[in-house]
Design a binder for this molecule. Structure first.
Ligand SMILES: NC(=O)c1ccc[n+]([C@@H]2O[C@H](COP(=O)([O-])OP(=O)(O)OC[C@H]3O[C@@H](n4cnc5c(N)ncnc54)[C@H](O)[C@@H]3O)[C@@H](O)[C@H]2O)c1
Length: 255
């Protein structure tokens, strides 16, 4: 077996109990990283941890509800107390807003989406980057944005603007953290087959990627592993010259 490329590294992945976050946890663990799975879904996080351990990897579940931003410092502190270091942060947790149209969205739902999708990643980046800077030796941060940050049609204002905010937060943080050898990037998935879209049946999903605002060039949805592979790449030494970027993993849906 070839040498695992993240041996000795510690990763923290939010939203690691499902979908893209889960696939990312497994991809990082398969490369030897010890992974903290932060999620509000405790049984889901425990399931992912068991699956990682059965595959010979190391992971631990940390319960946190990112809507309660005051609980974020304690969650990061728990990982540091157990692992002594964090080398990689992946902000994958995210939610879509109910009734997310300009005319229909409530202020409460706007706030909920912005808090989970944008404010929580900011606070996590701040906490983790402070540790990385103090420890020295660099680090990697990857934020999961969305092709919804780049479209007009089907714009979902709260979700789309939270994901656009994440792109700019990524750029600014990359510039600020570059002197500390910390790479900060984002990925922007298109339609991806995860529980987030479980309200769509197979036929509707296929139609969505074939025609209309969300269509892509291959007319097929992404799998969570497609996104995780790009996130993994952004955590490997091979991508050391990439920072402040948003990589689109959407089969050309956004050009
Ligand atoms: N699926 C898609 O088509 C798609 C497209 C573009 C971007 N994305 C983004 O990818 C990311 C992952 O989404 P997914 O499709 O894998 O969805 P998912 O629903 O499968 O996973 C999201 C995870 O985030 C966790 N989470 C949500 N709110 C939380 C909170 N308040 N506190 C802690 N954990 C919380 C959930 O419990 C879940 O485990 C999200 O940021 C999403 O916006 C998804």
């Amino acid at each position: 077996m070839s040498e695992r490329r993240l041996s000795g590294k510690v990763a923290l992945v939010t939203g690691g109990a499902s979908g893209i976050g889960e696939a990312t946890v497994k991809a990082l663990a398969a490369e030897g990283a010890a992974v903290a799975v932060l999620d509000r879904d405790a049984p889901g996080a425990e399931r992912v941890v068991s699956e990682v351990e059965r595959a010979g990897g190391a992971a631990a579940a940390v319960w946190v509800d990112l809507a309660d931003t005051a609980s974020i410092p304690a969650a990061v502190a728990k990982v540091l107390a157990e692992q002594r270091r964090i080398d990689i942060l992946v902000n994958a947790a995210g939610v879509v807003g109910e009734g997310d149209t300009l005319l229909g969205l409530s202020e409460e739902n706007w706030d909920r989406v912005q808090t989970i999708n944008l404010k929580a990643p900011f606070l996590l980046m701040q906490q983790v980057a402070r540790h990385m800077v103090e420890r020295g030796g660099g680090g990697r941060i990857v934020n999961v944005s969305s092709s919804s940050a780049f479209r007009s049609r089907n714009s979902v204002p709260s979700y789309g603007s939270s994901k656009a905010g994440l792109v700019q937060l990524t750029r600014g943080a990359a510039a600020e953290l570059a002197p500390h050898d910390i790479n900060v990037n984002a990925v922007a998935p298109g339609v991806t087959k995860t529980p987030l879209l479980s309200f769509l049946d197979e036929e509707r999903l296929q139609q969505m990627v074939s025609e209309g605002a969300l269509a892509n060039l291959f007319k097929r949805p992404s799998e969570p592993e497609d996104i995780a592979a790009t996130i993994l790449f952004l955590c490997l030494p091979a991508s050391r010259q990439i920072t402040a970027q948003t990589l689109h993993v959407s089969a050309g849906a956004v050009v």
